[in-house]
Ligand binder design. Structure first.
Ligand code: CMC
Length: 435
């Protein structure tokens, strides 16, 4: 349970048409203070206007903190680079869900619970078979996650803490199976069942790349890279998909419906879809000599083109996840003996040029997590269409942790933004023959 945000000694005063309102200023443990405007409408009769929520805090949270100016990211106070180096994804899941790192017994119990929930209801296979073979795996993942509420009725009551817990474990455990099967379906191969003797990342790789006709050994370096990608994507405070999950959850929708809403939001190229778009862009650039042409397009206000994998709403400095991704990309390509990968060459050169370019410096545009992740995923053997489902798999734990926190927060009310109405004034209906 989180403590209420501290109300500092100071207040902000807003004066409108001669009437003044003292607004409390709340302080968190890190980050800027926030002005509590909850009484604004009842006291002054006005709303705030903030499309895109660039200056609006939607909730108090104890889970993740980003310092966008310094390029720092913390899960429950632990820096992301330490977790990426020294922890592993399931331990990070525990940390995000329960607030503290587990001891050995807690870890074993959690791992057991996740491992024993990895199978899908057998009837879900038929659901898969209803999709076209050429469906984007993200469309399948979104549909199957939403359909979980039709298969697991005993964990849809959000008012029962035990059911909330079971739904959470089910989603963390089953997302790898759901994503791997979306992949298998798209390439016409048989579904591979989960293996409980493998760790989380190895099991996912096995379900994606094994076939029944011969053994498949998971390379530990690739499994480690996969695990690191999961860890780096696990949570990112109130981003678009997480806010979508919270908004859906605020209506008391069932957990599977809320996470399906998050998957749908993540799909867009401005959010989780950027990893697919970034790799496709690097391929389109093709060779370093074409980079200036693309940089010029990115700077041209009349051209909608953007450098995918660059820029972030919160980071105004290098995305700390991109640093770890860059190192992991190197390790994976070395392991696979891909030392002159043209996509990586273009990526490195594009990054170098962009970081020296006045436009990118002025706009504080740095590579983000999606800039390098696609290179790693491609080297592991995934098609670009699987990049965003993998992001969704990894982010599921963050969505769940945020959803649970919201349900347990007594301040939670249904999310219901207001608007500045600029449409037609009230007018009378006119019969069709008189229009
Ligand atoms: N390439 C060229 N110019 C850019 C880019 C870019 N990638 N990103 C922002 N800008 C410019 C933009 O044109 C605008 O310029 P001006 O002020 O001169 O009109 C300025 O920077 C601010 O852009 P914005 O769209 O107002 O910024 P935002 O905070 O609303 O958008 C963003 C953030 C991530 C959507 C955007 O940077 C973008 O579209 N990046 C490319 C897509 C991408 O890589 N997304 C992944 C984000 S990280 C993974 C995740 O968390 O989902």
């Amino acid at each position: 349970m989180m403590d209420s945000p501290a109300t500092g000694q100071h207040t902000a005063t807003l004066t409108l048409d001669g009437k003044s309102l003292e607004l409390p200023v709340l302080s968190g443990t890190m980050g800027p203070d926030v002005i509590d405007i909850r009484k604004l409408y009842s006291e002054l009769g006005v709303f705030t206007f903030d499309p895109g929520y660039t200056a609006t805090g939607s909730c108090a949270s104890t889970i993740t903190f980003i310092d966008g100016d310094k390029g720092e990211l913390y899960y429950r106070g632990y820096p992301i680079d330490q977790l990426a180096e020294r922890s592993h994804y399931l331990e990070v899941c525990y940390l995000l869900l329960y607030g503290e790192l587990p001891n050995a017994a807690q870890m074993e119990d959690f791992e057991n619970r996740v491992t024993r929930h990895t199978m899908l209801h057998e009837q879900m296979q038929y659901f898969y078979r209803g999709f076209r073979r050429d469906a984007h795996p993200m469309a399948i993942v979104c549909g199957v996650v939403g359909a979980m509420s039709a298969f697991y009725h005993d964990s849809t009551d959000i008012n029962d803490p035990w059911q909330r817990e079971v739904a959470s474990i089910r989603m963390i455990a089953k997302l790898p199976t759901i994503c791997a099967w979306a992949f298998k379906y798209s390439i016409g191969q048989p579904f591979i069942y989960p293996r409980n003797d493998l760790d989380y990342a190895s099991n996912f790789l096995h379900m994606c790349f094994a076939v029944p006709s011969e053994p498949y050994d998971v390379d530990p370096i690739l499994a480690r890279a996969m695990d690191r990608i999961f860890t780096l994507h696990a949570d990112h405070e109130q981003n678009a998909s997480t806010s979508t999950v919270r908004l859906a959850g605020s209506s008391q929708a069932n957990p599977f419906a809320c996470i399906a809403a998050g998957v749908a939001c993540l799909w867009g190229p401005a959010h989780g879809g950027a990893n697919q778009a970034a790799l496709e862009m690097l391929r389109e650039i093709g060779t370093p000599d074409r980079i200036p042409e693309f940089i010029a397009r990115a700077k041209d206000r009349n051209d909608p083109f953007r450098l995918m994998g660059f820029g972030h709403r919160v980071y105004k400095s290098y995305d700390p996840r991109a640093k770890v991704m860059q190192e992991t990309a190197r390790e994976v390509l070395d392991l696979l003996g891909i030392d002159n990968n043209p996509t990586l060459q273009v990526a490195r050169e594009l990054e170098r040029i962009a970081l020296e370019d006045e436009y990118f410096i002025d706009h504080q545009l740095y590579p983000n997590v999606d800039f390098y992740s696609g290179i790693i995923l491609e080297a592991i053997g995934f098609p670009t269409s699987m990049f965003t489902p993998i992001f969704a798999l990894a982010r599921t734990v963050g969505w769940i942790a945020q959803w649970k926190e919201m349900l347990e927060d007594p301040a939670t009310r249904i999310g219901r933004p207001r608007q500045l109405y600029v449409g037609a004034k009230a007018r009378d209906y006119v019969e069709v023959e008189n229009r």
